[in-house]
Design a protein around this ligand. Sequence first.
Ligand SMILES: *[C@@H]1O[C@H](CO)[C@@H](O)[C@H](O)[C@H]1NC(C)=O
Ligand SMILES: *[C@@H]1O[C@H](CO)[C@@H](O)[C@H](O)[C@H]1NC(C)=O
Ligand SMILES: *[C@@H]1O[C@H](CO)[C@@H](O)[C@H](O)[C@H]1NC(C)=O
Ligand SMILES: *[C@@H]1O[C@H](CO)[C@@H](O)[C@H](O)[C@H]1NC(C)=O
Length: 497
Amino acid sequence: MATSISCTSSSFLIMRYFISLFVLLGLNLWSLDRGFALAEGTSKRHLLHPKNTHIVNLHSLLPANTCSPSTRGNKRKATLEVVHKHGPCSHLPQNKGTTMNHTQILEQDQARVNSINSRTSKKLNGVEDLSQSEATSLPAQLASSQGAGNYIVRVGLGTPTKQLSLEFDTGSYFTWTQCQPCAVSCYPQNDTIFDPASSTSYANVSCNNAKCVELGASTKYNSCLRGTCLYRMLYGDEYHNSYTIGLLAKDKLTLTSNDVFDGFLFGCGEENVRFIGPSAGLLGLSRNNFSIIEQTAQKYGRFFSYCLPPTASSTGYLSFGSPGRASSAAVRYTRLTTLSLSSSYYGLDVVGINVNGQKLSIPPSVFSSPGTIIDSGTVISRLGSTAYSALRDAFKAAMKSYPAAAPDELLDTCYDLSGYSTVTYPKIAFVFGGGVTLDLDETGIVYFLNGLKQVCLAFAGYDDDKHIAIFGNTQQKNMEVLYDVAGGRVGFAPGGC
Ligand SMILES: *[C@@H]1O[C@H](CO)[C@@H](O)[C@H](O)[C@H]1NC(C)=O
Ligand SMILES: *[C@@H]1O[C@H](CO)[C@@H](O)[C@H](O)[C@H]1NC(C)=O
Ligand SMILES: *[C@@H]1O[C@H](CO)[C@@H](O)[C@H](O)[C@H]1NC(C)=O
Ligand SMILES: *[C@@H]1O[C@H](CO)[C@@H](O)[C@H](O)[C@H]1NC(C)=O
């Protein structure tokens, strides 16, 4: 099969274009865990008005070796447990060569952000070379990198059902998993690689099927193998471009025993390049006909919600359908917007940011043009330079009693907190149109780059105001986030996991 694919599809030869950047082996998992472990504290020390600050016990940052699952999601139907890829709740064998240090995580995060922006800037040199496409034809629906900070859910595929861990992604729409016989290449994954030959419900999609034509139009890739439809998804940027190519396929998707979908369209990846694993692929939730949200719309009415765990040693959930009364009473809704140049993203109507209870002076147009999206796969939120400078200056002013630490390329506002047992930092809130104010969880404000020695403001700024602002997954931690896609609104509630 390997040979026949290579002969039939020239794109299967693109492996020659390797940019060898990601060889990620034997890295320390537990220093990483601290970056995700900021728990509640009780100290009395405060700098500013206590109502506007978080007072956090730094001792609670010591890495947890065991998983403390949340039970909050259990009340809902159609719910999957969400775990952080690098933490005890993922039940991954340690030292499997798939963990990353912070430098690598933030590099990959930047690649994803570059990829998101390339859709609007129309520049993506590396991937253009890679795809050997005509100079101007960018994949219109270029998905984003399977990022380092992603969260994992387990779903069942095929008959009999095979359990697969997939990274769930609100920033891309296409679900895929690595498939046997891995005709060109597979990366190491934790689960056994899905074998279509051992699923009685598996079917290929033919090239003249309307879905093949639709996907081809959306990805600017039309390729066939003996009448069977091939797909190609490109991720990342010119430095970290990963991609998957394989068969467009249909099989039974099992979320829970009561939530089973026949004929779910997904990618059976035979050439999966420059992914790190250990997940088996990706679950796409953004707005497109191929998204799981659209494919399950009859049952769930295009409604889903999730909570990203506050630490890597706790769990969250991903839930399909309206949670009804299981939802928090405190949920506030704001409108979902659509970015004109990339309509599959979930856009947010951000109008301002508060620090320490005070609204920063930022013109709302900084957020609305080219727009702000919410993305589960970007780790660090990105802001235009005007908004970021205002946020950073206000944060710095509130933190002036703490010793500064060296900045990182991406995170430029860092403190050395190794001499402290508690830290007090200002609350940060996002303000949305319609008067909705969302206080970030205390775990969503700082990033532990190097234990307590380098604790940084978990936001980054662009060089200008022309890029897409991104509400990333650090800022979403421990919040219930509800997507009422049909109703055109997104809701938030605190303390969701
Ligand atoms: C890894 O595989 C084990 C055994 O199948 C499973 O229990 C665990 O949930 C998997 N973890 C991930 C993150 O895939
Ligand atoms: C992270 O890993 C890369 C690649 O192995 C290495 O070059 C770099 O020095 C590491 N960074 C830190 C801070 O450990
Ligand atoms: C799907 O297509 C591939 C490539 O042509 C082929 O090898 C495989 O046998 C097909 N599977 C089924 C179930 O038709
Ligand atoms: C999405 O699916 C609907 C219903 O099958 C179809 O009418 C529509 O054209 C599809 N969208 C695209 C972009 O092909």
